[in-house]
Design a protein. Structure first.
Length: 306
């Protein structure tokens, strides 16, 4: 059994972010030509993003932000639940977490898509943190049949150390749903304009403040895995998710943290599911692989996976 702990789909009500926000504007619309070009370049883009993490490389990525954002937008736009299921079948993946990012990818539509495949796709809910009644909406989300929660600091303009994030976690910690895991996006990805508040400092502060909540550090910090590992070593309720990381880095995280708090995720379709799984297979022993790709995730999802 293999569980992919981090996947996206586009639903009928999904939309791209307002280009005046904390992200870039696509430079060209999605068309058959751009889709074909992006498909051809898919592996090369993933290779570069996975392996080139120098300061100069990150500077170059940011100068190409609109181009990269166009490609990521294409991947999202052409992926629905059926596309994800086909990718899972091709890669031998049995179950997957599918995340909402309200208001861009609505929780209700993610629930509907996953409910048609009960036991195969696990929905993670979210909430728009910029509505006046966001806490009431959060209470309603917690009462839905979700398997977890997802917050994206860049897309939702919700820094990890923001008062609203703290209020959301306080509400969760006091609820009967405190066992629901929380996935937090981390990493300084060039397709988003940087926030003023660095996640590297904010993450351990939030996680330490709510030891009763299980948190997942998305992408193991991508360009700064040292900060993610340091936070996980200091916080036993923090797990590291492996998407966008090369085999040698996954091996290092496993050696330092142990396999019990590593979680396999792909970030499909933004990153290749086949490549993400291959990286974990290369990095880990068979026993570690079973923990990272199934047992750890199953334990976090026990409320809905059993």
């Amino acid at each position: 059994m293999v569980i992919d702990f981090h996947c996206h789909i586009t639903t009928p009500g999904s939309r791209m972010p307002d280009p005046d926000g904390h992200y870039y504007r696509p430079i060209v619309p999605i068309s058959p030509a751009t889709n074909l070009l992006g498909t051809w370049a898919h592996d090369a883009v993933d290779t570069i993003a996975e392996r080139w993490r120098t300061a100069q490389a990150l500077k170059t990525y940011r100068s190409l932000g609109p181009f990269i954002y166009t490609e990521m937008s294409r991947r999202m736009t052409v992926t629905d639940a059926s596309t994800l299921l086909g990718e899972m079948a091709a890669n031998g993946i049995n179950q997957a977490v599918v995340v909402a990012i309200d208001p861009l990818v609505p929780t209700m539509e993610i629930l509907q898509a996953c409910s048609r495949l009960h036991g195969v796709l696990f929905p993670f809910g979210s909430v728009d943190p910029h509505t006046t009644d966001y806490l009431d909406r959060f209470d309603a989300v917690l009462d839905m049949p979700i398997a977890g929660l997802k917050f994206h600091s860049d897309l939702q303009n919700l820094p990890i150390d923001s008062p609203r994030m703290a209020a959301l976690m306080e509400r969760l910690s006091r609820s009967e749903h405190v066992d629901v895991p929380v996935y937090l996006h981390t990493g300084n990805f060039p397709i988003y304009r940087p926030l003023d508040s660095p996640w590297e400092r904010a993450l351990p502060q939030l996680v330490r403040s709510f030891p009763e909540i299980k948190f997942i550090c998305g992408h193991s910090g991508w360009d700064n895995p040292k900060a993610a590992l340091k936070a996980a070593l200091a916080c036993p309720n923090l797990y590291l998710e492996t998407s966008w990381q090369p085999p040698q880095l996954i091996r290092r995280l496993c050696d330092k943290l142990g396999p019990e708090r590593l979680i396999f995720g792909s970030d499909f379709p933004l990153y290749s599911q086949a490549r993400a799984l291959k990286n974990v297979k290369i990095a880990l022993t068979p026993e570690e692989f079973d923990l990272v790709t199934y047992h750890n995730a199953h334990n976090l999802l026990r409320k809905t996976a059993d």
